[in-house]
Design a protein around this ligand. Structure first.
Ligand code: F3S
Length: 392
């Protein structure tokens, strides 16, 4: 990959340790994937922020970085392993909390916006159509590419951090127009209405097509369900971009001739739901994967009000601090707290929930995919309304 004189100086260590390491990461990636050059990015989303997932090695890496560098572009942080203000209420151990706060401090020191959410596009990091970005949260990458028309590869935590320090990313993959065409047409023959339908559709399609780019026909979803669809496909497969006929910004030129086609109907959705279920029983219901928007929390409150206040276990609603603050301002958070814990900064997958629960229920296809392997949970998968009905 071509490096400018300035890039070479950075690689030779003239701009300090973190910049040098960052350039090493980016130039190696560029060489591996055949990029021609580095291109500027307008923003970064940095995953790898929970002490549960990055451990001591990650804490050391981030702390070292923070000693010699600041970010050059807008950079937001993914969820961490606990609510940074309310971790005691989650029953998080003090030793974990101390390490987690050290990680947060290191990112803060670098000038990263510690919004701690996987929905940066709802909290001010919302790229424009055509913007090149370096994001490393798979659900956010999918939303940015597909719904917003921005351009990002599925970065890892270290490479998005490196891009935030350098302000550039290697030019390959989904940054190139020719790689953004659909690889398969997915005709949906069943009406997709609820979050569990969306999660099941995403789970089925992701596991069928791997990393291909799907082009959906006959699918109409609102923005909250689009984020859920992308998350589910990114978890069961490695889909980083999808098109929906008549809906997403790049659908018009997305189909090449003679591409493969599949149909997804009632039977496939039923099968996918069955696969995501491994438990009849539940100790915790959690929603907010990806993090809830204001309207999703409002909908949860409507369901709580209808179903009453006495449940047999805990309910977590995971969201960003920004959305939580907004819900407090509107008086909704206070209402929700009568039924559930409204948690900011974290989620059911990156928090150490395996220390607290064994059986978890969720309406998210992504969470239902990851909870068994990453959190040792038995999972009940369904819509919030039906999960709540069985939780009394
Ligand atoms: Fe977000 Fe956690 Fe799900 S980071 S997409 S809520 S696994």
């Amino acid at each position: 990959m071509y490096l400018s004189k300035e890039d070479e100086k950075i690689l030779n260590g003239e701009k300090g340790y973190a910049a040098q390491k960052s350039m090493e990461i980016l130039s190696s990636l560029g060489d591996i994937y055949g990029a021609d050059k580095l291109i500027p990015v307008s923003s970064c989303q940095i995953a790898g922020a929970s002490y549960k997932t990055i451990g001591e090695a990650g804490l050391f890496f981030v702390s070292e970085f923070s000693k010699s560098s600041k970010v050059k572009v807008k950079a937001t942080l993914n969820p961490i392993g606990m609510d940074s203000k309310d971790w005691q209420r989650m029953n998080i151990k003090k030793e974990f909390a101390v390490k987690q706060l050290d990680i947060l401090d290191a990112y803060l020191k670098m000038g990263i916006d510690c919004s701690c959410t996987c929905t940066p596009y709802l909290v001010g990091n919302r790229p424009n159509c055509g913007d090149h970005i370096a994001w490393s949260e798979s659900s956010a990458v999918s939303f940015a590419n597909s719904v917003l028309g921005a351009r990002s590869n599925r970065e890892g935590g270290p490479s998005s951090l490196a891009s935030s320090v350098i302000g550039k990313t290697p030019n390959y993959g989904l940054h190139l127009e020719e790689n953004r065409k659909a690889g398969i047409i997915v005709k949906v023959t069943e009406e997709i209405k609820s979050f569990s339908d969306v999660g099941a559709l995403g789970s089925f399609v992701g596991s069928e097509i791997g990393s291909k780019i799907p082009y959906f026909k006959n699918l109409e979803l609102d923005s909250d369900k689009l984020k859920s669809l992308g998350a589910s496909m990114a978890a069961s497969g490695s889909v980083a971009l999808y098109h929906i006929e008549g809906a997403t910004p790049e659908y018009q030129n997305a189909i090449a001739d003679d591409i493969e086609k599949i149909e997804v109907g009632k039977e496939e959705i039923r099968e996918a739901k069955e696969k995501l279920n491994s438990s009849e029983d539940t100790e915790l219901i959690c929603i907010g994967c990806p993090h809830c928007s204001v309207s999703e929390v409002e909908e949860a409150l409507r369901i709580f009000k209808k179903e009453g206040r006495t449940f047999k276990g805990d309910i977590w609603i995971c969201t960003s601090r920004y959305v939580k603050n907004e819900l407090e301002r509107r008086g909704i958070a206070q209402e929700v707290e009568k039924y559930a814990k409204l948690l900011a900064d974290t989620c059911m997958v990156v928090a150490p929930i395996e220390d607290l629960y064994q059986k978890t229920a969720t309406n998210s296809g992504k969470a239902a995919t990851y909870l068994p392997s990453l959190c040792k949970q038995k999972v009940k998968f369904g819509d919030l309304e039906s999960l709540i009905k069985d939780f009394k």
